[in-house]
Ligand binder design. Structure first.
Ligand code: BEZ
Length: 359
């Protein structure tokens, strides 16, 4: 069962994830350890109020063995509830909400993406190294933005930076003008942010149109610039630095092969969301192989998934005890239409897993 956004602010992210999942499985014959797969799909619209109801469409109505979803942290909380109540195997291909692999972690829930504070934990030091010591933070006010802020606050203040103001707007609002006027008046050295999807493109364009580009440095967790850099956006995005667990420009044979195959299959370029979906497919394949396709053999299935090493386009990663990726974070800068990798900003970064009883 795929529970993903196919409409709303995160629709392109849902499509990329589904493409990635299917590509991984198709590359290994389109089956799970020799067994046929029946697919079910639900559009969650990134609407948290329908999270439980939508997850139950897959679990109770369609009786899926595996639920792959979703993108939005608030919707994920609904899936987490259903996963914990039903025991269905739940693979999280994006949403970074801390609780899923911290206080509400579960033996049957595995994440193949990141925890919300992971990318921004790698951001603060670079900003201070660049001499940007007074920053404004801006985001959507919901779990993903608030928890990205936690990571930013920790890394930036530890490095000696000062956060002079925290700004926010409700998801999926994109009326940035008043907040940009406030930023101009505050005159910080830098702005750091969490936004994702096409709304991130609007933020970068509005930032430039407000006259702030070139005066105030703009940083973000890497979702800001991911999958968006086209001819129209590129002028507004040049020089923006971000941290993330993937970049299209990562130089490896694994990444090259993945990108080529994805572009051939889907006639579009893959981004981090496609990679996270692909890795969910790889994880499921590894688990299924270990139990000869018998997903009801949960003990052996989960043990195999816990011990999996995922040979991902992002680089190899392993699963933490709380079931969240232990992975490198890359420092990237927008050059042309590329997120050029400048180096590894945090090596084998693990989420704390605080409060998880599996740890
Ligand atoms: C989230 O809601 O967890 C999320 C959405 C888009 C990108 C990254 C995180």
């Amino acid at each position: 069962g795929l529970m993903l956004p196919y409409s709303g602010a995160f629709a392109p992210l849902g499509v990329a994830i589904e493409n990635g999942v299917r590509m991984a499985i198709n590359e290994q014959g389109g089956k799970l350890a020799g067994r046929e797969i029946e697919w079910f799909k639900v559009d969650d619209e990134s609407d948290p109020s329908k999270g439980i109801e939508n997850a139950n469409k897959l679990v109770q109505r369609d009786k899926v063995d595996v639920l792959i979803g979703t993108v939005h942290s608030g919707v994920q909380m609904g899936i987490q509830r259903v996963a914990r109540d039903s025991g269905v195997l739940s693979l999280i291909p994006n949403a970074g909400v801390h609780a899923a692999t911290r206080s509400l972690c579960a033996p049957n829930v595995f994440r193949t993406s990141f925890s919300n504070s992971q990318p921004t934990l790698a951001l603060g030091q670079t900003m201070v190294n660049k001499g940007h010591k007074r920053a404004v933070w801006i985001t959507w006010k919901y779990a993903a933005g608030d928890e990205a802020f936690e990571g930013f606050k920790e890394s930036y203040t530890k490095a000696g930076g000062t956060i002079i103001k925290e700004l926010g707007l409700p998801f999926p609002n994109v009326e940035f003008q008043a907040l940009l006027t406030e930023i101009a008046a505050l005159k910080p050295d830098a702005v750091a942010c969490f936004f994702a999807g096409p709304s991130g493109a609007k933020f970068m364009k509005d930032f430039a149109a407000a006259g702030l580009k070139g005066k105030i440095a703009l940083y973000g967790s890497g979702f800001l610039t991911e999958g968006l850099l086209d001819d129209e956006l590129a002028p507004s995005a040049q020089g923006i630095m971000t941290t993330l667990h993937y970049s299209a420009s990562l130089a490896s044979k694994r990444n090259d092969a993945f990108r080529l195959a994805y572009a051939k299959t889907y006639k579009m370029q893959p981004d981090v969301f496609a990679v996270q979906g692909y890795d969910a497919g790889l994880l499921l394949l590894q688990g299924a192989a270990a139990v000869n396709g018998d997903l009801s053999n949960k003990k052996a299935l989960y043990a195999a998934m816990e011990g999996a090493v995922i040979d991902s386009p992002r680089g190899k990663w392993t699963m933490s005890k709380a079931h969240n990726p232990v992975q490198d974070m890359y420092l990237r800068v927008v050059q042309g239409k590329e997120n050029k990798v400048l180096g590894v900003a945090a090596k084998a970064l693990s989420d704390s897993g605080a409060g998880c009883k599996l740890v």
